[in-house]
Design a protein. Structure first.
Length: 133
């Protein structure tokens, strides 16, 4: 994902992307969001859902009992989004599963509806008809 879009997500969801400045020995988030720009809206919606869940669950709890959720790696693998976390709960896991499933129907380059996957030198990409050409 291009740096501007990545930074927008980091600014909007600082608690979720708290690990972005850690070393490679501590997290894979140091490599950034390793996917296409077309999944920006998908990741933005997912993070918004996660953030809302954290706010609702943590509203009346003391700090030491707060539910946390931090991204440890966000990447494209076999043509789909992989969003790995530390923490979370069943609701957050379900939201991640939904976003990952939707990525197979969303062009990773432009965000339009994907109609095909493309295999190129062993890599699989989820692309719309226009981006496939």
């Amino acid at each position: 994902m291009n740096r501007e879009l990545q930074e927008e997500l980091y600014q909007k969801y600082p608690e979720i992307f708290k690990q972005k400045d850690l070393s490679p020995q501590e997290t894979a988030m140091c490599w950034g969001l390793s996917c296409g720009d077309g999944w920006f809206n998908l990741i933005d919606e997912l993070c918004g859902n996660i953030q809302n869940r954290l706010e609702n669950v943590n509203r009346n709890k003391p700090q030491e009992e707060h539910l946390i959720c931090q991204a440890v790696q966000v990447k494209e693998k076999f043509g789909g989004l992989c969003f790995y976390i530390y923490g979370g709960d069943d609701y957050i896991s379900g939201a991640i599963d939904l976003a990952e499933s939707m990525s197979y129907y969303t062009c990773s380059q432009c965000g339009n509806k994907a109609t095909n996957s493309k295999k190129d030198r062993g890599w699989i990409y989820t692309l719309c008809s226009s981006c496939k050409k």
